[in-house]
Design a protein around this ligand. Structure first.
Ligand code: B16
Ligand code: MG
Length: 216
């Protein structure tokens, strides 16, 4: 029986991928190369330092750990400038209605994001109090596809992994859910999120009762 829903942040609740892309692109351009939007797909759900390594490998740039730290800090400052303009209007379609349905049930909720900025974003969009637990990049050592972020969510909520349903837009996130022994709903394309139990384009029009019945 499903007792808890675990939500990814970027790509499920809000679309911060566009801001990550802009800030990483600015950094890459400064180093003399460019990254495409398609390349950016590979960074979804991946931690900040791992993303940096993937980008530097793409540009064939080798740096010391100290130089990497400086670039990551700069990128984050630019990203925060973009994110600080977010408002509740940035909540993705269907999310608010889905949470309203959830509040009528005893299902617990947790955020499972590898972002160190997750709390700030939830605050900006007015959803900080909508979760029973918040697991973010400050609480975990390993990014997705490691299941740590979701296993910690289950633990904080006091439920078993098999009682959790994860909502994820990234291939790495679906893999993390599966490795944690959880069911997963993909948000995005069926062709991309092939390991998900069910896939929706977004949460618009998703009926909670029907969803739970389908997963039985
Ligand atoms: P930060 P999620 C992830 O969030 C993003 O998808 C990923 O692109 C980003 O690199 C990562 O957070 C770290 O973010 O630099 O803010 O700590 O999808 O797990 O909610
Ligand atoms: Mg995501």
């Amino acid at each position: 029986m499903i007792k808890a829903f675990l939500f990814d942040l970027d790509g499920v609740i809000v679309d911060t991928a566009i801001y990550h892309y802009q800030a990483w692109r600015q950094m890459a351009n400064g180093l003399g190369f460019d990254i495409s939007e398609e390349f950016n797909e590979r960074l979804k759900g991946v931690s900040r330092m791992e993303s940096l390594d993937i980008i530097l490998a793409e540009g064939k740039v080798e740096l010391t750990d100290e130089q990497k730290q400086i670039l990551a800090t700069e990128k984050n400052e630019n990203y925060l400038k973009l994110v600080s303009k977010m408002t509740p209007a940035d909540i993705l379609p269907g999310v608010s209605d889905f949470f309203a349905q959830l509040k009528q049930t005893s299902i617990k909720t947790a955020l499972g994001s590898v972002s160190k900025n997750a709390r700030l974003i939830l605050e900006r969009i007015g959803m900080l109090n909508d979760f029973d637990a918040i697991i973010d990049g400050t609480k975990i050592a390993k990014g997705k596809p490691d299941p740590e972020v979701f296993l910690k969510g289950a633990e904080e909520l006091g439920v078993l992994p098999t009682e959790c349903l994860v909502f994820e837009d990234a291939v790495a996130g679906i893999e993390a859910a599966k490795r944690g022994g959880m069911k997963a709903i993909g948000i995005g394309s069926k062709q991309v999120l092939t390991q998900a139990d069910l896939v929706f384009e977004n949460l618009s029009g998703v009926d909670l009762k029907n969803l739970l019945a389908e997963l039985q």
